[in-house]
Design a protein around this ligand. Structure first.
Ligand code: IMP
Length: 432
């Protein structure tokens, strides 16, 4: 009966795609519940690299249904491109494999344009968004002017909605010096996309309730990470959705009692793309080393990621906030050859020791990390498949993470491949 939610425990890019793909084979369904194509979930299967932005990471398992829940924002063109791309690679399992909630909101061309126009003018206040229109789409959802996937299937009713929305959005676009949009041209494009998306639109919430009642396993796939949460993250340098475990309920219609376990994904160090505070960031050769060895370049935008030591203060907070029942530590292999390895156990702010993440980004910006040093290892980890294959110091590193956060490590990833995984416990059987 267990449903498991997989959550990014840092600033995104923790390797959720790989972990979801690993567990997906055991699940009836994999469900995205927030965010949109700002995500970039990388899967490496049989040596082939596949990057998914919108379609859940279970799509490579032929018997697993992939669902896009009501909390997701859907760019119809991206969805269709992803379907076509998987078809072209011979990786599309069939049209029954995907169900999209009619209540999910649609990213419109004006959302993308607004995102870029605002960032272009923001100067030092730039958030460094992915430019995919995520924020403006969630704004229209909250202002109750948004267009939903189900609207794409009703062309006559769609046109006046678009006209009302663009009436406001075009005024803002003009103010920002960006070109306005013709409602009819957008409408025609959306109607055409709607016809292609029609076969996939269905009742995601109803299916999830049925599968849960029948005791089938559902995997809820978070996007971005806890520190990018609109409420709990490093505001305003965050994304526009709730990225924490609670969103798995609001973004799907599953009640809290139907989330049985939460696995948090954390790298063995930290990365961040875009602007915002990052206490353990490294601006030296060690930072470059992590970036090179870890291949830390954005899978959505190609931007180099900022790199730093593991931040246990932030990770502890992520464990609590998401009710994590297990941690998956990814990219452990990237630390090999580094000695000592540093981990941040507290911050120092205005001379005081701080054990939590301050609410204000300005305060976090001023926090100095307090480090502890752990012994490293030189043995390559890429071939490790079971706990016994890990060198003692790598085990000690994982034990330290578990002890400092109070959360058991259920998995360590030692390379991009599905098989490059060391499993300590299975989150599904843990809560059986
Ligand atoms: P947005 O989600 O495009 O509005 O971007 C807001 C912030 O979240 C920026 O700092 C982005 O770099 C960051 N962000 C959004 N999606 C991801 C992701 O999937 N991984 C890492 N960072 C992300």
């Amino acid at each position: 009966m267990p449903n498991v939610v997989v959550i990014g425990a840092q600033w995104g890019d923790e390797g959720k795609g790989k972990v979801v793909d690993l567990y997906a084979g055991e699940a009836e369904a994999v469900v995205r519940f927030q965010g949109g194509n700002n995500a970039g979930h990388t899967l490496v299967v049989e040596g082939e690299k596949i990057i998914l932005h919108l379609i859940p990471s279970g799509i490579l398992h032929p018997d697993t249904v992939c669902c896009i829940g009501n909390g997701v924002v859907v760019d119809p063109q991206v969805l269709l491109q992803e379907i076509d791309g998987l078809r072209a690679k011979g990786r599309w399992p069939g049209d029954d494999a995907l169900v999209v909630s009619g209540a999910a909101h649609v990213i419109l061309p004006c959302h993308r344009e607004l995102d870029k126009a605002r960032e272009g003018r923001a100067g030092r206040a730039q958030i460094g968004t992915t430019g995919r229109g995520i924020g403006p789409c969630y704004e229209d959802k909250a202002s109750r002017k948004g267009v939903r996937v189900a609207d794409l299937l009703e062309p006559e009713a769609l046109l006046p909605k678009l006209e009302a929305l663009l009436d406001e959005r075009n005024a803002l676009l003009r103010h920002l010096g960006a070109p306005p949009f013709d409602p009819r041209a957008v409408w025609e494009e959306l109607c055409a996309a709607g016809e292609r998306i029609r076969p996939f639109v269905g009742d995601v919430t109803g299916r999830l309730h049925r599968w849960t009642r029948e005791g089938r396993k559902v995997l809820l796939e978070g996007a971005q990470g806890t520190l990018l949460d609109i409420d709990h993250g490093t505001y305003p340098f965050v994304t526009s959705s709730n990225t924490t475990a609670g969103a798995a309920c609001t973004g799907t219609g599953l009640p809290p009692r139907d989330l049985h376990a939460a696995v948090g994904i954390t790298k063995a160090y930290v990365t961040r793309v875009g602007a915002g505070p990052f206490p353990t960031e490294l601006h030296d050769a060690m930072g470059d080393r992590l970036r090179e060895r870890g291949g830390e370049f954005g899978s959505t935008t190609g931007r180099p990621r900022r790199c730093g030591w593991l931040d246990l203060v932030a990770l502890r907070s992520a464990c609590r906030m998401n009710g994590l029942t297990g941690l998956a530590v990814t990219k452990l292999d990237v630390l090999e050859g580094i000695d000592p390895i540093r981990v941040c156990t507290a911050y120092r702010l205005d001379g005081e020791r701080v054990d939590h993440v301050p609410a204000r980004a300005e305060d976090l910006e001023r926090c100095e990390p307090v480090y502890e040093e752990l012994a490293g290892w030189t043995e390559p980890l890429a071939g490790a498949r079971s706990p016994e294959d890990l060198p003692a110091n790598a085990r000690a590193f994982l034990d330290h993470v578990a002890e400092a956060t109070g959360c058991p490590v259920v998995l360590a990833s030692v390379g991009p491949g599905r098989e490059q995984t060391v499993e300590f416990a299975n989150p599904f059987t843990l809560c059986d």
